[in-house]
Design a protein around this ligand. Structure first.
Ligand code: SF4
Length: 343
């Protein structure tokens, strides 16, 4: 059995208007089974069911936050687990999806990094998260207009499947999202950033988790970052901007006494000079055993002011879903052993 969502829409098994109907059932009406596709002949539905599956998940659990966010815990057919987060705002509905089970990047402040790496998700398993969330929220998948590849995993280390998923998001007959509303967040892998810049039909937004302007602090926060220098990351960001014309976002988790001093804000401003960029300062989201503390409000403000005084476009991104363990850096699974599980 093949997961239908792993195919590019142009390769879907039906032809002409039948294919259009199939795509509409999946991406407009959010059908979870072939049986539900009532305007397809019964024989066609039966044939599809014999060769393909539509739902990549064995089980789904939800955890609701008081701020309206919902964390989804998905169990895959091999019993591994991963998570996505739905975040409703007044003017938009955003979903944060995972690209891996666990993550090999091991960022020290991140609960997912502490789990280790399980496996890559396929493109269909990534897109399946969107369809499942929409179904649970009682909406068309097309109502989810904003997507961030910011859940579990480093998307550029699962390059082909992430790009396959991005193409499904943007395809006019699939989810039809605007490329301006899809953001890929990376820990900063210059080779992958340069490759992404060359995907000329994509042009999605890029967010780089910098977290420090100097190598020593950055390696303390992201122990796997020694292979990629800050200079090379910044050079690749400039190249991405030159090719795509996109503003580049830099994510900066504020960690008390580690990366939140004034000299680090000044050094960050120096790094960004000449680049059209935006900095998101993210108050650290606490989890047991992280070993880091959240910067004080006063220090956060000082860091913010230092950047702003130097002409840097900056905002503070307060994560949603803290109380449901759904905020940035908190995705950790209720059963950590599910990262390594096998069927
Ligand atoms: S912050 Fe992102 S890249 Fe870093 S360990 Fe967590 S999931 Fe992986």
């Amino acid at each position: 059995m093949q997961l239908l969502l792993d195919l590019h829409p142009d390769a879907y098994p039906l032809e002409g208007y039948r294919r259009k109907q199939l795509l509409e059932w999946i991406f407009v009406h959010g059908a979870g089974s072939f049986e539900a596709m009532t305007n397809l002949p019964a024989a066609v539905r039966a044939e599809l069911s014999e060769s393909y599956t539509l739902d990549p998940f064995k089980a789904i659990e939800t955890f609701a936050s008081t701020d309206g966010s919902v964390k989804y815990l998905f169990t895959l057919p091999d019993n591994r687990q991963m998570e996505a987060v739905y975040m409703p705002y007044l003017d938009r509905k955003t979903i944060c999806v995972s690209t891996m089970v666990g993550c090999p990047a091991k960022c020290a402040f991140c609960a997912t990094g502490a789990l280790g790496f399980g496996r890559n998700l396929t493109a269909g398993e990534v897109v399946g998260q969107i369809l499942a969330v929409a179904r649970d929220q009682g909406m068309s998948p097309r109502e989810l207009r904003n997507l961030v590849f910011m859940g579990m995993g480093e998307p550029l280390l699962n390059y082909d499947h992430t790009i396959g998923a991005a193409r499904l998001l943007l395809h006019p007959q699939a989810l039809g999202m605007s490329k301006r509303r899809v953001t890929l967040s990376t820990v900063g892998l210059p080779k992958g950033i340069r490759k992404l810049a060359q995907e000329d039909d994509l042009g999605i937004k890029l967010a780089i988790s910098l977290h420090a302007p100097d190598e020593a602090t950055r390696q303390q926060i992201i122990p796997t970052s020694y292979a990629n220098t800050i200079a090379d990351i910044m050079a690749s960001a400039r190249e991405y901007q030159a090719v795509t014309g996109r503003r580049v976002t830099f994510e900066y988790a504020m960690l008390k006494g580690v990366n939140d001093s004034v000299w680090q804000a000044e050094a960050l401003a120096d790094l960004l000079r000449g680049l059209v960029s935006h900095v998101n300062l993210i108050p650290m989201n606490p989890w047991e055993g992280s070993g880091f503390e959240e910067s004080s409000e006063a220090q956060l403000q000082l860091f913010y002011d230092t950047l702003e005084d130097r002409g840097v476009e900056v905002s503070v991104r307060r994560s949603r879903g803290r109380d449901a363990g759904a905020a940035c850096g908190q995705l950790a699974l209720k059963h950590p052993e599910a990262v390594q599980a096998t069927a």
